[in-house]
Design a protein around this ligand. Structure first.
Ligand code: PLZ
Length: 461
């Protein structure tokens, strides 16, 4: 039996002050009438290609709750896909961006620079792993950061090829679609894709042979790189240190260090895509820190600015400074309001020690998820780090993915007031990405709902 009343040190995840009551309260069926009316209006004007996980419309959000337009208060275990680590309306972030907006919303850093951009760059150069001399350039989205990291790597090495991995997700632009592994919905019928992108096998401990070590998995990829591409033609390896959309796959220990070591030996740029894993989410500032890695370039976005659109590439000065002036940029990259939000977000993250809160979330959630796995028999794997956790759902007694159950669990949890996201190459992973400011009560209530739903959907009459 899963006990959601399991003892844990409450001090590990102290309750914080929030503007909105931190509880799950449903006052209508979901979606309520106002959300339904908005869906009708939306269908008439918003392109069908933009999907939404939930059929409710947001009215307010704070801490671990999201309020919809009908007055329902849902537990947010998604953070707008790992963005709102500090919550969606942290007062310090709100005040900082309002203050900046009252002075100037935009000048374009490429026309008239401002201090906020420089301060964000200073902080990212200091915060990202590696003691070497670094530089930073700011953009608007994760995909844009990835595109530019690849541009820098190609220019700096003079080589064309780029390696990405199975289950990878790097974005939806043309180059990043080519880097992303999964066809539906990200790539199907959107080709032709950018050339010179090669895909290599990942380390996926749950689905790899049980005795395959991280180092062996890396050697498997390296041997294919050497035979199919040749190190001399390879500009960069790009990899998410924990894969996000692909299923929260944590590679076996040794996989990433072996790849990084090989890349260094061969002058290949190692790009860590920390867009989803970054900014305290995994219990460290960056997921590469768990194996003491020092990537050449790091791509960042999502959690960086408390919900404002901002992204960055930070890395070795000798790579980034190779690019001619004017070669990198964009109208809005490093927008002053987004920079002000980022500076406040980083301050809040330090003040509240959000890496420690992410670890506390893990210590509360993982035992509950493990108990649930033992009880229901449909959870093949419980994995993740910090507040980036997942369960992989399979048919009982097998490792066959169960995407239908996964969808049903997310839908039923939603109808009980808990926002859960799914992911995974096989569509069978439920991921937990709570805001890092969530309190222990709300978190355990949310996981309790997940447990109840899974029990209800798997117990046979
Ligand atoms: N790299 C590792 O996770 C974005 C996108 C979901 P953008 N992930 C969520 C969807 O369906 O579009 C992501 C990521 C990693 C790059 C990106 C891209 O970041 O800010 O969405 O462009």
């Amino acid at each position: 039996m899963v006990s959601t009343e399991r003892e844990f040190p409450a001090s590990a995840l102290p309750e914080l002050d929030h503007r909105l009551p931190q509880r799950r309260t449903l006052v209508t069926d979901l979606p309520g009438p106002r959300s339904q009316a908005l869906t009708v209006r939306r269908k008439a004007v918003v392109a069908a290609g933009v999907g939404s996980s939930l059929p409710i419309y947001a009215a307010d959000a704070d801490g671990g709750v999201l309020l919809d337009v009908d007055g329902n208060s849902l537990i947010d275990l998604g953070s707008g896909i790992a963005v709102t680590g500090v919550g969606a309306s942290h007062p310090k972030v709100v005040a900082a961006l309002a203050e900046q907006a009252a002075h100037f919303t935009h000048t374009c850093f490429m026309v008239t620079p401002y201090e906020g951009y420089v301060r964000v760059a200073e902080q990212l150069c200091a915060l990202t792993p590696g003691e070497f001399d670094k530089r930073t350039v700011l953009f608007n989205s994760g995909a844009e950061a990835v595109e530019n990291a690849v541009k820098v790597a190609r220019l700096a090495t003079g080589r064309p090829a780029v390696v990405a991995f199975d289950h990878a997700y790097h974005g939806r632009t043309n180059l990043t679609m080519a880097l992303t592994a999964k066809s539906m919905p990200y790539k199907a019928n959107f080709g032709p894709f950018a050339p010179e992108i090669y895909r290599m096998p990942m380390s996926y401990p749950y689905r790899d042979a049980a005795d395959l070590t991280g180092e062996q998995a890396a050697r498997r990829a390296i041997s294919q790189i050497e035979t199919q591409i040749g190190a001399d033609s390879l500009a960069a390896l790009i990899i998410e240190p924990i894969q996000g959309e692909g299923g929260f796959i944590v590679p076996a220990p040794g996989f990433l260090p072996t790849l990084l070591h090989w890349a260094r030996e061969h002058g290949v740029v190692f790009i860590a895509d920390e867009v989803q894993t970054g900014f305290a989410r995994t219990g460290a500032w960056f997921a590469t820190e768990h194996e003491q890695l020092e990537p050449d370039l790091v791509t960042m976005a999502k959690g960086i600015a408390g919900g404002m659109p901002l992204a960055a590439v930070t890395g070795r000065a000798d790579l980034l400074d190779r690019v001619h002036a004017g070669g990198l940029g964009g109208t809005y990259g490093g927008n002053p309001v987004a920079c002000a939000a980022a500076l406040a977000t980083l301050e809040v993250m330090r003040e509240l020690d959000l890496p420690a809160r992410a670890r506390a979330i893990e210590s509360i959630a993982v035992p509950l998820l493990r108990d649930l796995a033992a009880e229901t028999g449909v959870i093949g794997d419980v994995r993740g780090r910090g507040a980036m956790l997942a369960i992989e759902l399979v048919r009982p007694g097998t490792s066959t993915p169960d995407p239908l159950l996964t969808k049903a669990v997310a839908a039923e949890a939603f109808s009980r007031g808990v926002l859960l996201l799914t992911c995974g190459t096989y569509g069978n992973v439920i991921r937990l990405l709570p805001p890092l400011v969530i309190g222990a009560d709300l978190l355990t209530d949310g996981i309790g709902v997940l447990a109840a739903v899974l029990r209800d959907l798997t117990s046979r009459p």
